[in-house]
Design a protein around this ligand. Structure first.
Ligand code: PXG
Ligand code: PLP
Length: 442
């Protein structure tokens, strides 16, 4: 089949593509057929530099032999094992290895298949734990404006992206949101963490005053917000959020689906910022994007609260058919080996300075109104074209793709999150291609 021909025969019609402008795509499809290292190849044979690690997930780069072999061997040895009332050795081994990477104390791991499922799992554990410890009135969940926590009902309820919420009815009851931290008037072009905005954490005190702490189970935030346009936490903000949660018996959940596994320069952003939450949601990088998997890290005492009552009874009525899938566990173990062998979970700290210099050099380009960075994450915010929000950034995306670079845009922000194996020369290639695109686009 000739993928490049127009879609006259309708062969692209059956697949309803996720978070995609389906009609635009099907008129001019962008099809990837192969990947290796830092690159993709298109169906028409063009090489594309991957500026976003697939979708923030292929942290060790594409087609890593160790991971490929582990998946192949596992598929041949045992395809599937039921996770309810049964186990297989690699699930326990992976949980142990992940627990050793996590911040101290968060050494109990619940497996899911995606970031969205990790979020639902964490929210349910939070509410159930409050009840299990005798605080059953604590059912309220607090998210943040502009937050992204996946697409399931719990996640969009605590999430704060209007387009992801408004079509879907009344969502979960009993949810409220603290203010977001985006403040370009004070913080535009900050290198690393912005100086202003720690006091925005005090917005949680406003919600405690409104609802009373006795009704609140947990607060969930992304330490670095990705999907909403790369928002870096102001200095001191996460510390302050932690203090307020502690004062009021509220659990703090960090959604590290994007920041987990080395993106900010340490295994988890909790370590980068020196703030330890009670639960961490992850996915993406846990298997280098090769097999769907998510993992929720839980403070040991929270886990232990559930471990009472008659021993033959199930302690938590929650789980997925594919929790700890053997292929995902095999991929996860090989991924952790690859990260360790190549020092990838701290490589973003080494590359942060040249990466920051390269992305901040774009501040002189047309349309650029802010540049933000942390670790190997960059956000370049463009002035929207009047009356056409998102259009300019989308055209930059198309221009870059034509010239052999994959980037990601949300609204009018360009997001960069390359694989952690990137070279300094490839960082330059990304920003030079982007510079050209910004000059070409009206
Ligand atoms: N939480 C966070 C913080 C995320 O970034 C999810 C949950 C959901 O994960 P799943 O695996 O269910 O998609 C995410 C996912 C983007 C983009 O362009 C980001 C995500 C997904 C798709 C696009 O920024 N993050
Ligand atoms: N719907 C039906 C009818 C099911 O039987 C199941 C699982 O057995 C599910 C949904 C949930 O699927 P999963 O465990 O893959 O999330």
């Amino acid at each position: 089949m000739d993928h490049t021909a127009p879609n006259h025969d309708g062969r692209l019609d059956a697949y309803w593509m996720p978070f995609t402008a389906n009609r635009q795509f099907k008129k001019a499809p962008r099809l990837l057929v192969r990947a290796e290292g830092m690159h993709y190849w298109t169906d028409d044979g063009r090489q594309i530099l991957d500026g976003v690690a697939g979708l923030w997930c292929v942290n060790a780069g594409h087609g890593r032999p160790r991971i490929v072999q582990a998946i192949q061997a596992q598929a041949a040895e045992m395809d599937y094992a039921p996770p309810f009332q049964m186990g297989h050795p690699k699930a326990f081994e992976l949980a142990n290895r992940l627990a050793r990477l996590a911040p101290p104390g968060l050494d109990r791991v619940f497996f899911t298949n995606s970031g969205s499922e990790s979020v639902e799992t964490a929210l349910k554990i939070a509410i159930a734990w409050q009840r299990a410890r005798g605080e059953a009135s604590r059912t309220r969940l607090i998210g943040r404006e502009r937050g992204y926590h996946g697409v399931n009902f719990g996640g969009i309820s605590v999430g704060g992206i209007v387009a992801n919420r408004k079509m879907f009815g009344t969502l979960l009851a009993g949810v409220d949101h603290i203010r977001h931290t985006h403040d370009p008037a004070r913080n535009a072009f900050s290198v690393g963490q912005p100086a202003h905005g720690a006091e925005l954490a005090d917005d949680l005190e406003r919600l405690v005053a409104l609802h009373d702490a006795s009704t609140i189970a947990a607060v969930i935030v992304e330490p670095v917000a990705g999907s909403t346009g790369v928002l870096i936490p102001p200095q001191g903000y996460l510390q302050r959020l932690r203090e307020i949660c502690d004062r009021h018996g509220i659990l703090l959940i960090f959604d590290e689906v994007i920041t987990g596994f080395g993106r900010t320069g340490a295994p988890f952003a909790a370590q980068t910022f020196g703030v330890t939450p009670d639960l961490i949601t992850t996915a993406k990088g846990v298997t280098n994007g090769c097999v769907p998997m998510g993992a929720v890290f839980v403070r040991r005492e929270i886990h232990d609260t559930f471990m009472n009552g008659p021993e033959h009874l199930i302690e938590l009525f929650h789980g997925y058919t594919y929790s700890a899938h053997p292929l995902a566990c095999a991929a996860g173990l090989a991924t952790l080996d690859t990260y360790a062998e190549e020092g990838l979970l701290t490589r973003a700290a080494d590359l942060q300075a040249p990466f920051a210099a390269a992305v901040h050099a774009l501040r002189d380009c047309p349309h650029v109104i802010d540049v933000r960075n942390i670790g190997l994450v960059g956000g370049i915010e463009l002035a929207p074209r009047p009356g056409e929000p998102g259009r300019r950034a989308f055209e930059v995306f198309l221009d870059c793709f034509e010239r052999g670079l994959l980037i990601r845009t949300t609204g009018d922000t360009v997001a960069l999150s390359p694989p952690l194996i990137i070279t300094p020369a490839q960082i330059q290639q990304i920003t030079e291609t982007l510079r050209g695109a910004l000059q070409r686009v009206a």
